[in-house]
Design a protein around this ligand. Structure first.
Ligand code: WT7
Length: 661
């Protein structure tokens, strides 16, 4: 065996490289000819990475220029040191000042039919200034954290930008999360102000938000709850704490002089799942983050700000919404679509109505949604004129080649390149992606690190695997949008990302390099599930299950799911004599409990009541074996089990397992 074959075998032991995919799609000729970015960008960045990023930082307006591009004391980075800027001014005011005030920033589309609003940059600037003045009146000061729990309405963007303007970091909590989830996040970052709405529209009905806030802020230091009236539904009111947006914001002046903040001033905290129960507050700062999201939004989407209509169909409550609905597109002065509701309200062609009406040119969404559209059938998009689209993107999880081909064909009309963009809450912006005017796309591959980004695929020992091998993805050089830490938990920051391979960032994803050296992402290697493109920790769901009075122990795994990527399968051991713990009713009770503790997204697809869980001698649950059961596979090696007979008992349970459709 040759050395390479040897190394390859080792690497494949780390993670198998099984799939072969030979389809290739060259960039369309006219796109290649007019592309924002050409292949030289890779060489330019490789020749001098910091100079490359300094050039990209020039996309922004700086009140004080930086002195040093990067100060790096692993794992702590400071970018554009000494520079000062205001993110809100960069996203809004400067476009108005440049004479683009009448340009549309957002075509906002509410879920109820006909409920739309076009917002120009000038209007957005006025609204942001009013909100900033209102926050100041409410006592908000630079550095205070503000929690945002809202539907997808213009005020959500306005609130984020007003926070950025004042230097008050925001933490947006996804509106689908429960009161408990909102409470733990509010407490963790010690927010004293929460901005919310009475409710929002979802699936054709008004869905309340305020009651969850009322529950969440009880017993915390939250002193102000600012409430947007969106649905008009009844709300409970706590005088002295609750204030209506229309009472306090609308009467403010539309002038507000923004202070320039340090490049490293905190911009926001975004909570994401880790392998332990407590979500991690990922901290992003101002100058580097804004540079990376502006550059990647321009480069990867080949953005022509004057003509494109850009649509990230994601929720602002996730990092995708922060970077590619709010900060990236606005920094670039783009026109975006902002849609409040679900894809099937009032009918399954809603998105395609929107694409057709606004002549959307660039669409960015997640594989889970694409697979849902596949399930609904091509007849739905086929009834629409989608010819305005010129580029389509994917994010959140590996896109299977079949979904890629479907997306390219039925949505992209075989003319739009698909950009499969790999990144994380922690990376702030895109890291690995094709460039639409440069790269010949391969269905399922994220291809290459973007210019200025450095990564590698390594084996257990930290050695780079050869082409054709698989292993773990690491990021080998600091990048401008990188997380600056975990809010209030420095040790966890070092431990989670920087301890496995000293000096490099461990992403927690498996990856392979194909024979051409192109990158394929293979999903999480830790105990984090990926449900509909959202990371959910097994531990969090287990903790939620165990907090139910009838549950003694629980183990949760992600099992392959044709629509959501992974579905949650839970194994629970009941307490005491187990009375009332069999059947669908109990399973439903537990699902509802998890929905209450975390949110509906974390509801187990399947719940199995078992007598024992497979554990190692040291008591660690062997989720690998439970995954085998959940995916109906032959069991893997059981020799390290404390008691190997438990697996027989568990497997015997499967056919009767309760399953939610
Ligand atoms: C995890 C990060 C990035 C915003 C949405 C998710 C998976 C993300 C891809 C992709 C394969 C992907 C990874 C990553 N992921 N994009 N294009 N191909 N996997 O943000 O919740 O922080 O999740 O999503 O597993 O680690 P997140």
């Amino acid at each position: 065996m040759s050395d390479t074959a040897d190394a390859q075998e080792d690497a494949q032991g780390t993670l198998a490289n099984l799939m072969r995919e030979n389809r290739r799609y060259d960039p369309p000729k006219d796109m290649a000819a007019n592309a924002n970015v050409t292949a030289d960008a890779y060489d330019e960045a490789a020749a001098d990475r910091l100079a490359f990023w300094e050039k990209q930082a020039q996309r922004l307006d700086w009140d004080t220029p930086w002195e040093t591009a990067l100060e790096w004391e692993s794992p702590y980075s400071k970018w554009f040191v000494g520079g000062k800027l205001n993110a809100s001014v960069n996203c809004v005011d400067r476009h108005v000042a440049a004479g683009n005030g009448e340009k549309i920033a957002y075509h906002w589309v509410g879920e109820p039919d006909g409920d739309t609003r076009d917002i120009t940059y000038a209007e957005l600037k006025d609204m942001v200034c009013q909100a900033a003045n209102a926050f100041t009146e409410l006592g908000v000061q630079k550095g205070d954290r503000i929690a945002i729990y809202m539907p997808m309405i213009p005020e959500t963007v306005v609130t984020m930008l007003a926070c950025a303007r004042l230097g008050a970091p925001h933490t947006v909590v996804f509106g689908g999360f429960s009161a408990d989830a909102l409470k733990s996040r509010t407490l963790d970052c010690d927010a004293h102000v929460v901005v919310t709405a009475d409710g929002g529209y979802r699936r054709g009905a008004a869905s309340a938000l305020k009651p969850a806030v009322d529950e969440a802020v009880t017993g915390t230091d939250v002193r102000t709850v600012l409430v947007v009236r969106r649905t008009g539904q009844d709300v409970e009111w706590t005088d002295g704490r609750d204030v209506w947006w229309h009472d306090v914001v609308d009467r403010q002046s539309t002038d507000h002089t923004a202070e320039a903040h340090d490049a490293e001033h905190p911009l926001y905290v975004m909570y994401t799942s880790g392998t332990t129960a407590k979500p991690k507050g990922i901290l992003h700062t101002t100058g580097g983050y804004l540079t990376q999201v502006a550059y990647t939004h321009w480069a990867v989407f080949d953005l022509k700000a004057d003509t494109d209509i850009f649509w990230t169909a994601a929720d602002i409550g996730w990092v995708t919404g922060h970077s590619y609905i709010v900060y990236g597109p606005l920094a670039n002065g783009a026109t975006s679509v902002l849609y409040e509701g679900t894809p099937d309200t009032p009918h399954k062609g809603r998105w395609w109505d929107i694409v057709e009406k606004y002549k959307v040119t660039i669409l960015y969404t997640a594989p889970t949604t694409i697979r849902t559209f596949m399930k609904w059938g091509e007849a739905v998009p086929e009834g629409h004129d989608l010819s305005s689209l010129r580029l389509i993107g994917s994010v959140g999880e590996p896109i299977n080649p079949e979904a890629y081909i479907w997306y390219r064909h039925f949505i992209g009309g075989d003319r739009c390149p698909v950009v499969d963009t790999w990144w994380q809450t922690e990376t702030g912006g895109m890291m690995i992606s094709p460039l639409p005017g440069v790269t010949a796309g391969k269905p399922g591959a994220a291809m290459k690190p973007l210019p200025g980004i450095s990564c590698e695929v390594v084996d257990e020992a930290g050695n780079a695997v050869p082409d054709g091998g698989g292993g773990y993805l690491v990021l080998t050089e600091p990048w401008p949008g990188m997380l600056r830490g975990i809010w209030g938990d420095d040790e966890r920051f070092r431990e989670t990302y920087w301890s496995r391979y000293p000096g490099v960032y461990f992403a927690g994803d498996g990856a392979k390099k194909d024979e051409d050296g192109d990158l394929w992402l293979l999903g999480r290697v830790d105990d984090v599930m990926n449900v509909s493109g959202h990371r959910i920790s097994t531990t969090e769901v287990e903790s939620a299950l165990v907090s139910h009075q009838k549950v003694a122990e629980a183990a949760v795994v992600g099992a392959t799911d044709p629509t959501t990527g992974q579905g949650i399968v839970a194994f629970v051991i009941p307490r005491g004599d187990g009375e009332g713990t069999s059947g669908e009713e109990f399973a439903q009770e537990l699902r509802n409990h998890v929905a209450k503790e975390i949110g509906p997204i974390a509801k187990p697809r399947q719940i199995l009541v078992v007598a024992e869980l497979p554990k190692t001698r040291s008591g660690k649950i062997m989720r690998r074996l439970l995954r085998d059961v959940a995916e109906n596979r032959q069991l893997g090696d059981v020799t390290t089990l404390q008691d190997s007979s438990v697996m027989d008992l568990i497997s015997a349970k499967l056919p009767s397992a309760a399953r939610e459709e």
